[in-house]
Ligand binder design. Structure first.
Ligand code: DQA
Length: 152
């Protein structure tokens, strides 16, 4: 398999700050599943469509920007839960806009039912799909969308 073929079958699943604490972090809001559970769920969903997953979590904005740049040659699509950077980061928005890959923004919680500062997302205008409030199932839905979009 050459690099281009590998990239064509790969989905980058990117998680931002504090998502490493899933499972213990505010369980009433985010549930009891861990980030490892999310990774397994995402990998299984991708596998069922013949795709693979590259999974990354970082608490650092620049690392997330670098991962999006790298995805230009390693991935065919992006699932991103940028955590709090969703509401603050022009840099992540510009990176998503700059790489022109199909992308889905995921939030475990329904951000629109929560504090007003969570209602605005810098990312929503530059992604294809936004999923919020489906719990970790949202990652599965995102992969489902990307797999069918990438096939057609
Ligand atoms: C989140 C929602 C954000 O507002 C919050 O800062 C997060 C997680 C979610 O998955 O529901 O860290 O993106």
């Amino acid at each position: 398999m050459n690099d281009e073929t590998a990239a064509a079958g790969n989905i980058l699943v990117l998680n931002g700050p504090n998502l490493n604490l899933l499972g213990t972090r505010e369980p009433a809001v985010y549930g009891s599943s861990t980030l490892e559970d999310v990774q397994e769920l995402a990998a299984a969903a991708a596998r069922s469509f013949g795709f693979s997953v590259e999974f990354l979590q970082s608490n650092h904005e620049g690392v997330l920007v670098d991962a999006l740049h790298a995805a230009r040659t390693t991935a065919a699509g992006i699932v991103i839960n940028a955590g709090a950077y969703t509401h603050t980061s022009v840099a992540i928005r510009d990176a998503l806009a700059g790489i022109s890959l199909p992308a889905v923004e995921v939030h475990i919680s329904n951000v629109h039912k929560r504090e007003e500062f969570r209602h605005f997302s810098y990312l929503s205008a530059v992604v294809d799909v936004v999923i919020a409030g489906a719990g970790i199932h949202g990652y599965e839905l995102a992969i489902n969308y990307l797999a069918s979009a990438l096939r057609h």
